[in-house]
Design a protein around this ligand. Structure first.
Ligand code: 5GP
Length: 176
């Protein structure tokens, strides 16, 4: 069985979550199956080593980006930084507001978490409209970081998140 086939077996779908008409892709089973999680990390590590060898930091998105980001950072021997929902981080922070399907949200980093010129790769579990990763990219730009690309386990093609994130490259393992 290929790594991608293995990973696909451990992604579930839940119709009408969190609201009617949305099909939620659930990656929790991946976390429960070490071989599936290893396959995810193998593919991410290979991609970054081949295409972004100069990366300085992995930047994970609240909350499921925190499941994969630190594991990848450890494999690459680089640091990990959290993009959090507003109000969770102590000390001086930089924040950016972004729109969700209903209403708005704010994403935040610690001001000293990224330095100007640092090369970053962003990571989350899933790309839908791209609004969340776009906001995280804005935070990186505010700090003068150089964005090398974005990684997600799952990409929902119909929502065109990839277009929204241009010119930044998106690498996804599974597409629906
Ligand atoms: P976007 O901002 O691209 O529209 O939505 C992506 C964000 O919402 C990600 O942080 C992701 O964790 C979460 N999200 C949206 N839809 C889903 C889904 O179907 N499954 C999972 N696991 N996360 C989702």
């Amino acid at each position: 069985e290929s790594k991608l086939a293995l990973i696909t077996r451990f992604i579930r779908q839940f119709p009408d979550f969190p609201s009617k008409g949305i099909v939620f892709r659930d990656i929790c089973p991946i976390m429960k199956h070490p071989a599936a999680l290893t396959a995810v990390m193998d593919l991410f590590e290979k991609h970054v080593r081949e295409t972004q060898p100069l990366v300085d930091l992995i930047v994970g998105i609240d909350a499921r980006g925190f499941l994969f980001g630190p594991l990848l950072a450890q494999r690459l021997g680089v640091g990990f930084v959290m993009v959090r929902k507003k109000g969770k981080l102590p000390g001086p922070t930089v924040s950016v507001a972004y729109t969700l399907e209903y209403g708005t949200a704010e994403a935040e980093i610690q001001e000293d978490s990224v330095s100007p010129g640092q090369k970053v790769v962003l990571i989350d579990d899933l790309l839908a409209t791209g609004g969340t990763l776009f906001a995280a990219c804005e935070l990186m730009k505010k700090r003068g970081a150089e964005i090398l690309g974005c990684l997600v386990v799952v990409e929902l093609n119909d929502l065109s998140g990839r277009e929204k994130l241009k010119p930044h490259a998106v690498f996804s393992l599974i597409q629906y």
